[in-house]
Write a protein that binds this ligand. Structure first.
Ligand SMILES: [Zn+2]
Length: 264
């Protein structure tokens, strides 16, 4: 569910001779910032472009001829340029979060106070007591690794605390709208998607959603539950989502505009 554009149109511009390999690396320069662009040729029906934190990815169907590929490529580059010009902040590379003893963490509707203690030992640990998170962190780590460590520990222990609520929510939504067989529900500490589900009926929800409002989390749950019926993003799939959540498009918009701010 990243920012993306799909197109089925085939433009007929002429030019470029380098296209044709399976992947090409280019640059797109906007306001003096160079963004790496990966152009992939794949066995797929439509062209798509997504702007990620690290790169822009253009995916073009490999069955198209050279002219058509070029046309698609130019169209996607134009779209990416427009997006980057309109909203440069949104696509800035994510700065690493910093954590300090005494910080307050706002997660969903709750606040946690953060207590960090450095100790001369190899391992780190975390526990939650009431609304305080107590972290014992190895003093041998560099500042950068320490912050990464803290982010993973926080994500794990807060997800553990919230898992039961998530399970209740998903089962309730399932009972209300879907009636499918659910196997296991997990929080995943990942940045690549908001949620995913497997044929076996496992549902994964990204811990980044702990930072999102309740209705946004609910949308992602509905999205994944709908995949238990339709394992694709067809019109039939979106009709199922819409039936359970008529204003789901507003939630997608929220994720597009604010999603980059969510996370540990
Ligand atoms: Zn999906």
């Amino acid at each position: 569910m990243r920012d993306r554009l799909k197109s089925q149109e085939n433009n007929r511009d002429r030019g470029i001779d380098k296209l044709g390999r399976s992947m090409i690396i280019k640059n797109l320069e906007v306001n003096c910032i160079k963004y790496p662009v990966y152009v992939h040729y794949e066995n797929r029906k439509n062209t798509s472009v997504s702007i990620g934190r690290k790169s822009i990815n253009i995916r073009i169907p490999s069955f198209l001829d050279r002219e058509e590929r070029l046309g698609q490529y130019l169209e996607m580059m134009k779209w990416a340029r427009k997006k980057l010009e309109e909203n440069p902040d949104r696509f800035k590379p994510c700065p690493l979060k910093e954590y300090n003893d005494g910080d307050t963490l706002k997660i969903g509707n709750g606040n946690y106070s953060l207590r960090i203690e450095l100790k001369d030992k190899q391992s780190s640990s975390a526990r939650i007591i009431c609304n305080s998170v107590y972290l014992t962190i190895s003093s041998y780590l560099t500042k950068e690794i320490r912050n990464k460590h803290i982010s993973t520990l926080l994500s794990r222990c807060i997800a553990k605390k919230r898992l039961q609520k998530l399970e209740e929510k998903i089962h309730e939504l399932n009972k209300l709208h879907f009636n499918q067989k659910i196997n296991k529900i997990f929080f995943k500490h990942n940045k690549s998607n908001w949620g995913s589900c497997s044929i076996a009926g496992n549902i994964n929800i990204s811990t980044r959603l702990l930072f999102a409002p309740e209705d946004i989390l609910e949308y992602v749950c509905i999205h994944e539950l709908s995949h238990l019926i339709e394992h694709n993003h067809s019109e039939r799939f979106w009709a199922i989502v819409e039936k359970a959540m008529p204003n789901y498009k507003e939630k997608i918009q929220w994720l597009k505009e604010n999603g980059y701010n969510c996370g540990f």
